[in-house]
Design a protein around this ligand. Structure first.
Ligand SMILES: Nc1nc2c(c(=O)[nH]1)N[C@@H](CN(C=O)c1ccc(C(=O)N[C@@H](CCC(=O)O)C(=O)O)cc1)CN2
Length: 283
């Protein structure tokens, strides 16, 4: 058996086309969606992701502003910028690219983003909505994973899902979304005992640990859906958290690159347009 690959690149392209159609509608009503991206410092991976976000936003007709701040920026300067964006009527969505330089308090910065413009869904208000079973603005990678499962008509309700990793960006929000979709969810992390055995119970296995080739065939129930969220650079190559041999054990598998990554940006753009549509409804 060889796993069916879940093609995030193609699925994201289709999603972006739908998003563009929504932008075209808004533009007829003289509304142009606006996305502000705050990038502090020069993390090379963040530079790539921010460039891709801005380029793809422009391709679907969203105006994107990238606000760059130097590596040694103070907390006060970041908060002042976020406050300005919170009050800018042309900005529908604000995101602060993570990780932030060490001198900055990430929690305080994310708290400063107005919940109604929190297109990344990291504000405690939106996380509270998510965990209380009423997801609204949700973290993009988690939304992208759910959209990919839906695009391939892979059922979630009643399935056992195991999430490897408990990060703010992926593990926690995808666990909440799987729960909201009626899966039985287990979150494993660095202190979890017998993680292989636990993972073997999964119909849906989400690998978001940030360790190349962490998930071997011994983790995978034959036929399981395996979602690889890893973006590890090994000898200049991008590799996931899932070892290549898993392809002969899983039923469905996301490739890296070309799986979850493109879906993350497609989800972000779609959610930016959700916010612009709300602006239109407010009149
Ligand atoms: N504020 C945020 N920061 C970060 C997030 C986030 O959702 N919000 N997620 C990650 C990085 N990320 C988006 O920001 C992201 C990661 C990967 C990709 C992607 O398309 N990957 C491609 C490969 C690209 C490459 O060559 O590196 C793929 O997997 O095919 C998009 C977005 C951390 N920070």
């Amino acid at each position: 058996m060889t796993a069916t690959l879940l093609d995030g690149k193609t699925t994201a392209r289709t999603w972006r086309a739908a998003t563009k159609a929504r932008v075209d509608q808004l533009r007829q009503a003289a509304i142009t969606p606006g996305l502000a991206v705050v990038l502090v410092g020069h993390d090379p991976a963040s530079e790539i992701y921010v460039r891709n976000k801005a380029r793809q936003a422009e391709q679907v007709g969203i105006t994107s502003i990238v606000e760059r701040l130097p590596e040694d920026t103070t907390q006060a300067a970041v908060l002042a910028l976020v406050d300005r964006l919170n009050h800018d009527p042309h900005v529908d969505g604000i995101l602060v690219q993570l990780p932030l330089p060490v001198q900055l308090d990430e929690t305080a910065v994310l708290l400063a983003v107005a919940p109604a413009k929190d297109v990344d869904g990291f504000h405690p208000f939106n996380l509270g909505q998510l965990w209380s079973g009423h997801p609204d603005l949700v973290p993009a990678t988690a939304a992208g994973i759910m959209a990919l499962l839906e695009a391939y008509q892979l059922p979630v309700a009643g399935k056992n899902a195991v999430v490897l990793g408990r990060s703010l960006i992926v593990g926690r929000p995808v666990a909440a979304l799987l729960l909201a979709a009626d899966a039985t969810v287990t979150v494993a992390h660095s202190h979890t005992q017998a993680v292989e055995k636990l993972a073997q119970q999964a119909d849906i296995l989400i690998a978001a640990v940030g360790q190349a080739n962490f998930v071997t065939p011994a983790f995978v129930k034959p036929g399981a859906v395996v979602i690889d969220v890893g973006t590890n650079r090994v000898a200049g190559h991008l590799v996931g958290d899932v070892a290549a041999e898993v392809a002969s054990q899983a039923g469905y598998l996301t490739p890296v690159p070309g799986g979850v990554g493109p879906m993350t940006i497609a989800a972000l753009l779609s959610q930016t347009v959700d916010l612009a549509e709300r602006r239109q409804q407010r009149g």
